[in-house]
Design a protein around this ligand. Structure first.
Ligand code: FES
Length: 183
């Protein structure tokens, strides 16, 4: 004779009991919190890196032009040094062994001006509307521009000429104090 079917309560009594350590619900909760924590930490790191970038280079930073001796030699022979990264020309000024860094953006409507040339009589001539700037100082010689080319501070660091392209300075005219002695 066949044994009677066990009631549902009796069948449940034979199932294995899950302890707290192996509870599926608890495991899922821990996994979710872990994922959420990892996501939050990654987002926070990305935000900090975006707000505080550590490797800025190019225009807007301090740019090393070269050793003082090399810079002096280049200014003496060529009359200027072109720096495309910093968007400036290093010019010899009207003082011996000094230099000024001028931003190559024309003060009229912002065209890029070329370096001083022999064809232009040593001047800087804007190709757009023909403003003229002094090829040694960036001073304005003829409009329609109304100001000299802006300039940037120069410092000597460990024997190198360094130009701070973050500090583009407007001026009304060339003054001797804008020239930096190269030593
Ligand atoms: S932009 Fe240089 S003269 Fe007009």
């Amino acid at each position: 004779m066949e044994a009677p079917l066990a009631s549902s309560n009796q069948r449940r009594d034979h199932l294995p009991v899950l302890t707290g350590a192996t509870s599926r619900r608890r495991f899922t909760r821990y996994a979710l919190f872990t994922l959420l924590g990892a996501f939050t930490a990654t987002s926070a790191l990305a935000t900090v890196k975006a707000l505080y970038p550590t490797k800025i280079t190019g225009f807007g930073t301090k740019i090393t032009v070269g050793a003082v001796a090399e810079v002096k030699a280049a200014l003496a022979t060529q009359g200027y040094i072109r720096n495309p990264v910093g968007r400036f020309y290093l010019l010899p000024t009207d003082r011996p062994d000094a230099a000024i860094a001028v931003y190559w953006k024309c003060k009229h409507l912002g065209c890029t001006v070329p370096p001083p040339s022999a064809e232009a009589g040593g001047k800087i001539e804007c190709p757009c509307h023909n403003s003229w700037y002094d090829g040694r100082t960036g001073a304005l010689l003829k409009g329609p521009a109304t100001h000299p080319l802006d300039y940037m501070p120069i410092s000597i660091v460990d024997g190198n000429v360094v130009v701070d392209t973050a500090k583009v300075t407007t001026r009304d005219r060339f003054m001797p104090g804008q020239a930096t002695p190269l030593g």
